[in-house]
Design a binder for this molecule. Structure first.
Ligand SMILES: [Zn+2]
Length: 338
């Protein structure tokens, strides 16, 4: 046995060296270097200007973005009946059919994108559902609006509840996707908008990976990703991703707080000492393919990935105002993208 001191030094060195390497990899190297690929330091986007415009028609969003419809969709998608919507399970299929019916009932063209993937030796069949509103001026430029509709399904029971309803994660993003369609049907965009309900996010961002790879030739100008947007006690929504796209950073930095009834904070993208969400949800596959992204999400809460992520715990007014804010952001950026 080496001398205690030697052992300690060796032990200390080895252990701390491993920790140092781990730390370097996780916080310094990994974010910019995932899956053997360095991630873009900046993403290309041209905006006519970076000054917020409250789209005149946005004032009419009160009717067009229906709070009632929003909560109705969220309540159904997060109901026990859908059993937490795990990919490949009946609850996931029911959610997908609901989304497709909603797309069709609003008169939109729907494209289904089935795909298969392996995970830990299990093969999964999954489906992305996509609805399109064609652009009036630049129909070959796309804004991809994403929200994953799957969740983790049935799991370890907590207080006798084993259904992981996923109300905030991410029935909230999907319901937002469904209600904002009405606004853009009434206010046709300049660029083509894709409303994409992604599958298998919880199994490794698979739906986004498949969508981006399968549409490599598409001229996607911007990804707007919504994942957990309905529950926050501080009336605060985070926007992750502007740091990579200076025009977007300028755009949001120019918006006086209190312009919207919700507080928005740029962050969680590696500059503020908080968790870096740049790779944590579906926007990651747009990011790594050099497509500018904005990820809207709330700070983690006690219900995150718990059976208690239920409809009754969301903050309805906060949620409604967040969806109006995101809708205005999309309408405004659509009008500015060159
Ligand atoms: Zn999620």
């Amino acid at each position: 046995m080496p001398s205690k001191f030697v052992f300690l030094r060796t032990h200390f060195n080895t252990e701390s060296m491993i920790n140092t390497i781990r730390f370097l990899f996780l916080f310094i190297v990994a974010p910019g270097f995932i899956l053997g690929q360095s991630l873009p330091a900046s993403l290309p986007l041209n905006l006519k200007n970076t000054t917020l415009e409250i789209h005149p028609k946005s004032k009419e969003t009160v009717e067009l973005i229906s709070k009632e419809a929003l909560l109705h969709h969220l309540a159904y998608l997060s109901s026990d009946e859908l059993q937490g919507r795990r990919t490949g399970e009946p609850g996931n299929l029911a959610a997908r059919n609901y989304i497709i019916d909603e797309f069709l009932s609003q008169g939109l063209e729907v494209t289904l994108q089935p795909f298969t993937f392996e995970r830990r030796g299990t093969s999964f069949d999954a489906v992305n559902s996509i609805a399109t509103i064609k652009g009036t001026e630049n129909p070959d430029n796309y804004i991809a609006i994403t929200a994953h509709y799957d969740h983790v399904g049935i799991g370890k029971a907590i207080e006798n509840d084993s259904i992981y309803n996923g109300a905030d994660d991410n029935a909230s993003g999907v319901a937002a996707l469904l209600v904002m369609i009405k606004y853009f049907k009434e206010n046709p965009p300049k660029n083509t908008l894709l409303f994409i309900a992604l599958d298998a996010e919880e199994l490794g961002l698979q739906g986004a990976k498949y969508f981006v790879e399968d549409n490599a030739g598409m001229n996607i100008k911007l990804n707007i990703n919504m994942d957990m947007i309905s529950r926050n006690e501080h009336n605060e929504i985070y926007i992750c991703g502007s740091r990579y796209t200076p025009p977007l950073k300028n755009y949001f930095s120019n918006i006086p707080q209190n312009t919207f009834p919700v507080k928005f904070t740029l962050g969680h993208d590696g500059l503020d000492g908080k968790d870096d969400w740049s790779t944590q949800s579906d926007h990651f596959h747009f990011y790594r393919n050099n497509i500018p992204f904005l990820y809207f999400g709330v700070e983690d809460h006690p219900g995150y990935h718990k059976p208690s992520d239920e409809f009754e715990y969301i903050h309805p007014e906060f949620y409604y105002q967040v969806v109006r804010f995101i809708t205005n952001t999309i309408a405004d950026l659509d009008s500015k993208i060159e």
